[in-house]
Design a binder for this molecule. Sequence first.
Ligand code: NAD
Length: 513
Amino acid sequence: AEEFGIKQALKDLGLSDINNGTSTGEDWFGDGDIIESYSPVDGALIGKVKATTKEDYEKVITTAEKGFKEWRTWPAPQRGEVVRQFNDELRRLKKPLGKLVSYEMGKSYQEGLGEVQEMIDICDFAVGLSRQLHGLTMHSERPGHRMYEQYHPLGVVGIISAFNFPVAVWSWNTALAWVCGDACIWKGSEKTPLTSVACQNIAARVFAENNVPAGISSLITGDYRVGEMMTTDDRVPLISATGSIRMGKIVAQAVAARLGKSLLELGGNNAIIVTPDANIKNTVIGAVFGAVGTCGQRCTSTRRLIVHEDIYDKVKDAIVNAYKQIRIGNPLDENNHVGPLIDKDAVKNYQAALDKVVEEGGKILVEGGVLEGEGYESGCYVKPAIAEAENHFEIVQHETFAPVLYIMKYSGDVSNALKLQNGVKQGLSSAIMTNNLREAERFLSAEGSDCGIANVNIGTSGAEIGGAFGGEKETGGGRESGSDAWKIYMRRQTNTINYTTELPLAQGIKFDL
Ligand code: NAD
């Protein structure tokens, strides 16, 4: 860690003394059990924080509710100005924050920087958005009446995020929610608590400088029990939860039981269809980055490759060959492509998936395995693997959050590939590699991909912030980030104004007294 400047990064982020277990900062309360954060990179203890207790949570929610009452009255462009300044700090701290993301989560330093860049991009978007929170005007059916709609701040937004994008997912939500006039309470992943603290510290500093009311950005720490404090709390009108389908089903029910709103961003089972008209070189780059990037721990990671039989052997050989070039090791060393999995439980799940695919009749094309020896002491480094498999295998139907790629054949028309692609319960990201217009348009049509994201001639992973991000079916249906995803963070109101001396009723109903 030393060689890669982790100590300095922690210092730059104001986390030098994070090892002493004290964990109260600006708008951040914790007095519960100690959570230790170990790096999957080298197994070292990076720091400790305390979990949020029920009493701490009460303080957080009451502060957030109070802060919201004031914040909602700030003009949206002024809220945008605070987000602009927050973004300046992100730009200044991009390197140390990217480094901490890489060291605590295990993704490559380049991907860590990319994650902070996503935060910067969404903040830019939010600043512009702060002057564009538009509603429509409609023509009233009644004479002398005007009708329009407007969007008001919603309240306290609860954000629950996963370990694999420990900082970007928070910003996708907060940057929009803040300009929309909401207060945000964030429960980051218990596997990456320090990146959460680093982000909260940045927000707290900028907010204090701008006299933003207390509680507009709050952090709570801990596992699902701390998450449940928000999901069951009717003072939190919106829960935005990112994580596994298992978690999403529990959270959705808890929020629905109190008729709250939820925005769910859950697991994917993403496929690339490779047709006879595909550019093979680009297919290989897209598929390999999609399958092994972030060590297969992106919600948009490529899990399945559906290849036409005419080019199957060619594509298979090219991908198997490309896997030989992959360098696995310390993700802070920019010579490596693939870092570790998040922890040893993830390693166990990876091994179980490889056993299961063989048990179900699959054939291993690129052998997996856990790496040992110098540089691999944390026990979390694994070899990306490829298996030939069939879509209906139980293991293929589930998301294994690890670098395991399943490759399968289709014959005939692209509709046969689409049947396979859509033949899973998840619906996040999808892609087709083809230079054939008919195939591409078919893939994008109403009878094409059933996913929230459908790409042509790029892979499944690496979305831009300008589009709405999310997926269908068991992926949960939520949309975050660009386009009009901001609307969920606001409450919508339709207004009809009568400027006559009469009172005509809608639908021409007569009612005279
Ligand atoms: P996870 O479901 O184990 O945990 C996610 C978060 O939910 C954590 O903060 C956790 O503490 C919290 N949580 C778990 N149970 C809860 C409950 N009952 N009530 C309240 N909170 C609860 O997921 P993970 O292992 O951290 O992340 C990996 C998963 O996240 C994968 O399935 C991946 O596809 C998914 N993911 C999806 C997206 C997306 O945008 N669709 C993005 C990133 C990750």
